[in-house]
Write a protein that binds this ligand. Structure first.
Ligand SMILES: NC(=O)c1ccc[n+]([C@@H]2O[C@H](COP(=O)([O-])OP(=O)(O)OC[C@H]3O[C@@H](n4cnc5c(N)ncnc54)[C@H](O)[C@@H]3O)[C@@H](O)[C@H]2O)c1
Length: 247
């Protein structure tokens, strides 16, 4: 990935940070995009301390102007965008019984998780088309493949990401751009740490490996999808679940 430019949204924490570090360890220059500067600065520092190259760019992925400015500025300053990992997302703050569901929770989750990925892909594909190459990986979830009681907005947003991924993958397959998603089960991140303890216990106990995924294990899959050896892989949702979906 030497000489390549990689963008990771939500790279100031958890899975996004691990993906940013992995891109840099493979030689890419990393654009660390996040709504929160503190975590993003920390990611940039970690990368630089390890001898990599990275910079922070602020972006709220739910805002079209922010996303357009982000992509335009990357092209202006670096001349290209080779890899984009659309990772920024927010978790369900609680489980809801549908008749009591809070509309504002629906709106905020759909705005960041689904519209955010739509906006990022819209501007990323435009730039990649100009050079006729690029790879996009969207961070979906097992909630993009299966239902989960009480998690309507999150499940709908992640299923929506799978639809966006498949549709764009088909549309860009003969234009040099591959587009995939990854579908992790529970991952041990700061975002997951905010979940009630009973959730974390449920996710751990119900997994055949009796643990959550580590963020680096998701980053490894993203690196493979971005690499040339995955050159015929597009439109897929790669399951990374410790075997939880085997039964
Ligand atoms: N942790 C899990 O169990 C798990 C499982 C499957 C999928 N995922 C998905 O992985 C992604 C990352 O999750 P995580 O657990 O690392 O979360 P996290 O909360 O640890 O990190 C999320 C990052 O995204 C940033 N962010 C939030 N809203 C944003 C916005 N509007 N614009 C830009 N950045 C924004 C946050 O500031 C934060 O740095 C999410 O899309 C999540 O749905 C997580």
């Amino acid at each position: 990935m030497k000489g390549k430019i990689a963008l990771v949204t939500g790279a100031g924490s958890g899975i996004g940070r691990s993906i940013a570090i992995a891109f840099s360890e493979h030689g890419a220059y990393v654009i660390v995009a996040d709504i929160a500067q503190e975590g993003a600065d920390e990611t940039v520092s970690i990368i630089k301390d390890r001898g990599g190259r990275a910079e922070f760019r602020p972006c709220d992925v739910s805002k079209a102007d922010d996303v357009k400015t982000l992509i335009d500025s990357i092209v202006k300053d670096h001349g290209r965008l080779d890899y984009a990992c659309n990772n920024a997302g927010i978790h369900n703050p609680c489980n809801e019984f549908l008749p009591d569901a809070d509309e504002s929770i629906w709106d905020s989750i759909i705005a960041v998780n689904l519209k955010g990925v739509f906006l990022c892909m819209k501007y990323e594909t435009k730039v990649m088309l100009e050079r006729g190459c690029g790879v996009i990986v969207n961070i979906a979830s097992m909630s993009g493949l299966l239902g989960e009681p009480g998690s309507y907005a999150y499940v709908a947003s992640k299923h929506g990401i799978m639809g966006l991924t498949k549709t764009a993958a088909y549309e860009f397959a003969d234009k040099g751009i591959r587009i995939n998603a990854v579908c992790p089960a529970a991952v041990d991140t700061p975002g997951m740490a905010k979940a009630p303890p009973e959730f974390r216990k449920k996710y751990t106990d119900s997994n055949p490996m009796k643990r959550m995924a580590r963020p680096e294990e998701i980053a490894g899959a993203v690196m493979w999808l971005c690499s040339d050896i995955a050159g015929f892989v597009t439109g897929t949702g790669l399951v990374i679940d410790g075997g939880v979906s085997t039964i």
